[in-house]
Design a protein around this ligand. Structure first.
Ligand code: ATR
Length: 291
């Protein structure tokens, strides 16, 4: 890859950030599409986020991804906030606009639904309820994605029920029946008649306990997806595959969230291909979840 005076630059801001997979992804696409670009990790120490953001514009960068712990701060620092980012309450992508203003976006919900559309083309969001386990940051993006896809009822199950209640209120759908909060003990029964089960908890990630759930009530035609992608096939996905459910792993969510960021910065909508997946899987991925 030739780096010269015309190289367009973007990167990922976080603390710590050296574990990020995003440089692998975006630099793969530069090579694939012959774009003169570079994507690097920017470790930004606490207290320096604001000046880093000003630096994006001052240095003429195309933009940046934002990861822990700055996803919420990114909303405050931006000049404009997209509808999704405002509803999710966090941004994962900053785009430097032509006029120098910064727009905060959240592409995690697109990543989640696009991954499902590709991995489970038979899933019809409007047809049946979805069950979402977990009420953290990843869950917020998943919920917004599912609401926008027209899922009639989301059964939101979290160990700490109060967090799920707060989340459903914050999303402005409390009382509409679109999100029903259930107790953690109800997670297996909640699967009745559902067409989708999405795990957004950290259970099943390398080093964490497996998710303890009985899939008996889940219809055979339902799709199961997991935001955890290390391991790629979590114990949940393995159990679901054995009983014949369509399974969609979490790596795709990471790949598809990057698609819209790359397009916003470099004007090319990149494709998620088996070669890209192999490129990422060939790298030593630390234990992680999408979003
Ligand atoms: P993120 O922002 O990446 O989603 P998070 O906010 O730490 O991460 O959320 C982690 C999720 O995994 C939460 O829903 C958490 O449940 P609580 O809200 O009750 O903490 C869930 N989680 C983590 N460990 C769990 C466990 N042992 N059993 C059940 N849920 C667990």
């Amino acid at each position: 890859m030739l780096i010269n005076g015309k190289t367009a630059v973007a990167g990922v801001i976080g603390w710590p950030v050296s574990h990020s997979k995003s440089p692998l992804l975006h630099n793969f696409w530069f090579r694939e599409y012959g774009i003169n670009g570079a994507y690097v990790a920017f470790p930004v120490a606490p207290g320096r986020f604001e000046s880093a953001i000003s630096g994006l514009v001052a240095l003429g960068l195309k933009g940046a991804n934002v990861t822990v712990p700055y996803k919420e701060a990114a909303l405050e620092a931006a000049d404009l906030v997209s509808d999704e980012a405002a509803r999710i309450g966090a941004a994962n992508t900053l785009v430097v606009l032509e006029d120098g203003r910064i727009e905060a976006r959240n592409t995690d919900c697109f990543g989640f639904t696009e991954n499902l559309r590709h991995g489970a083309p038979g899933w019809q969001p409007q047809r049946a309820p979805a069950v979402v386990l977990g009420a953290g940051g990843a869950s917020r993006a998943v919920l917004v994605g599912l609401l926008d896809a027209g899922v009639p009822e989301i059964r939101l199950v979290n160990r700490s029920r109060d967090k799920a209640d707060t989340l459903s209120k914050q999303l402005g759908v409390a009382g509409s029946g679109r999100i029903r909060v259930l107790d953690w003990e109800e997670r297996s029964a909640a699967l009745q008649d559902a067409s989708l089960l999405a795990n957004t908890t950290s259970l099943g990630m390398g080093g964490q306990p497996a998710l303890d759930i009985d899939l008996e009530a889940l219809p055979a035609g339902a799709t199961v997806t997991d935001a955890v992608y290390t391991p790629l096939e979590t114990p949940l996905l393995k159990a679901a595959r054995h009983r014949g459910n369509v399974c969609v792993d979490g790596l795709g969510m990471l790949l598809y969230q990057a698609v819209s960021a790359f397009e916003a910065w470099f004007g090319v909508r990149p494709e998620v291909t088996p070669a890209l997946r192999a490129h990422l899987l060939g790298a030593d991925l630390p234990a992680a979840r999408s979003a």
